[in-house]
Design a protein around this ligand. Structure first.
Ligand SMILES: NC(=O)c1ccc[n+]([C@@H]2O[C@H](COP(=O)([O-])OP(=O)(O)OC[C@H]3O[C@@H](n4cnc5c(N)ncnc54)[C@H](OP(=O)(O)O)[C@@H]3O)[C@@H](O)[C@H]2O)c1
Length: 314
């Protein structure tokens, strides 16, 4: 199979690239060439900034692909430019979405039928993801293209910083714990967070790419959500430090720490809301079976951060 990946050189996109190559696919990446990446021999790299008019079309001129995977559809326009540039030269279009479009949730576990309401103003980023979903549906229908949208929950695993306990990815929060500070959790620590391990999520993409007959929209994650209190326990274990937890109202944490840049209103309010999704549809239709749980992914991610020197024992 010839697969074109928009992005593909970092974290989830890179993990998908590695797995497609292992499967025997011909993989071509298109990105700006700014992100350094170790990639297997045989991966072709085209250079284009998709935000520049005509750049993607020029970079892929005359080429056809069995499938295109858009990893960086962060707004409606980014979905449109990609489908308009290559829609007539591909057999299937796969887009990376986000379960963030469903937040704040009305019921848990949420499924693909959960309403997508405009998120609260301070969660603005997910408006862009929801717009990219709508644009992909509209443009793929116009091109007669099978569309698959795969929506990860919060992504975790070696290759990126852990989603921290204030809703961002700031290594300083884990460093504080290593330095003996308590983990301060919003409210009573009973909020839910659901991680998808990057290795499992990449497998979900591999299961979808090349199967246009399974076109559809799927939430992908690990098997269950965990509480913030339990995440704190996993962090203490992984860092091998004695557990020290405090609880404070989310708004108080924001007021107290916003100036440090370690917490943002957007991150904290998003994190303080429940994140809990069913992956039954992906299981049933794609045969997706995640192998990792938070109990493994959290220490793996923290181990990676220690190895990278992002955090360290002083
Ligand atoms: N992290 C999470 O918890 C989470 C949760 C749910 C969904 N998601 C979704 O996951 C996707 C991102 O995944 P990812 O892990 O693959 O990482 P990523 O960090 O977003 O990947 C960036 C990739 O896109 C390329 N790129 C960036 N800007 C570009 C541009 N203007 N033109 C062309 N290429 C560009 C980069 O290479 P160059 O720098 O060389 O251009 C790199 O290959 C997004 O759709 C996001 O919404 C993430």
């Amino acid at each position: 199979m010839r697969v074109l990946i928009i992005g593909g050189s970092r974290f989830l996109g890179r993990e998908i690239t590695l797995r497609l190559v292992a499967r025997g696919d011909d993989v071509t990446l298109v990105n700006r060439g700014r992100t350094e990446a170790e990639l297997p021999a045989g991966v072709e790299r085209l250079i284009a900034d998709i935000d520049e008019d005509g750049a993607l079309r020029a970079a892929t001129e005359g080429r056809t692909f069995d499938a295109a995977v858009h990893m960086i559809a962060m707004n409606g326009r980014r979905a449109e430019v990609v489908i308009d540039a290559i829609g007539d030269r591909i057999g299937q279009y796969v887009q990376c979405g986000s379960t963030g479009v469903f937040m704040p949730l009305r019921y848990v576990p949420a499924d693909e039928e959960h309403p997508v309401d405009p998120p609260p103003d301070e969660w603005g980023g997910f408006n862009g993801k929801a717009a990219s979903d709508r644009a992909a549906r509209e443009r793929c229908a116009a091109h007669g293209l099978p569309l698959t949208i795969l929506r990860p929950t919060a992504i975790i695993g070696p290759g990126d910083e852990l989603l921290d306990y204030w809703g961002g990815r700031d290594p300083r929060l884990l460093q504080r714990v290593l330095d003996g500070e308590p983990i301060i959790l919003p409210e009573r620590g009973e909020g839910l967070v659901q991680f998808g391990d990057v290795r499992d999520l990449a497998e979900a993409f591999v299961l979808a790419i090349g199967r246009p007959e399974k076109a559809g929209e799927y939430n992908i994650s690990s098997r269950y959500a965990i509480t913030h209190n339990y995440l704190a326990e996993l962090i203490f274990d992984a860092l091998d430090v004695p557990p020290r937890v405090e609880h404070q109202p989310a708004e108080e944490i924001i007021a107290r720490y916003e100036e440090t840049g370690m917490v943002s209103k957007r991150g904290m309010r998003f994190y303080a809301a429940h994140m809990c999704f069913t992956i039954e549809k992906a299981r049933r239709e794609l045969g997706y079976e995640p192998q990792f749980t938070a109990e493994q992914s959290v220490p793996d991610t923290i181990g990676w951060m220690l190895d990278q020197g992002l955090i360290g024992r002083r």
